[in-house]
Design a protein around this ligand. Structure first.
Ligand code: SF4
Length: 142
């Protein structure tokens, strides 16, 4: 559950299934989940399910947020860098892509990385408050 999309999506916190509840249900049927390392799994927390010989990953932005370690950036179809799914804040990358030098692009990317860190800190210090992102996921990508 990633509650982005403003009033276009119909979500409330009481509809969220917490991570521990889902893990308990799986463990009740398939045995203990063991933490696993999974390269390329992005924001997911991954566990091995030995009984099934497979892995399962959980992305838990509500019940167990992971924003402080997030390095995800999105480039929208309009050419904007979107720092985070919790906000509509976007930075227009078109000018530097179209007209900038390699050095301009280098400076722009460094600025974006600093802005991303600031954005993460704001989210953590707000207590992971949700969300003024009005865009729906299909218009963002990712
Ligand atoms: S920082 Fe933003 S994009 Fe990253 S996990 Fe948190 S809500 Fe999602």
């Amino acid at each position: 559950m990633m509650p982005v999309g403003g009033e276009l999506i119909n979500w409330s916190e009481d509809k969220v299934q917490p991570l521990e509840k889902i893990k308990n249900q799986i463990e009740g049927k398939y045995g203990k989940l063991l933490p696993a390392i999974s390269i390329g799994s992005g924001a997911a927390r991954v566990y091995r399910v030995p009984k099934l010989g497979t892995k399962v990953g959980f992305i838990t932005p509500i019940s167990n947020p992971f924003c402080d370690g997030c390095s995800k950036l999105r480039l929208t179809a309009e050419g904007h860098i979107k720092l985070c799914l919790r906000t509509d804040e976007e930075i227009d990358a078109k000018p530097v892509i179209r007209n900038g030098t390699d050095e301009d692009l280098d400076r722009f990317i460094k600025k974006i990385l600093i802005e991303k860190e600031i954005s993460n800190q704001k989210i953590v210090s707000s207590g992971y408050a949700f969300s003024d992102c009005r865009r729906i996921m299909t218009s963002i990508g990712g």
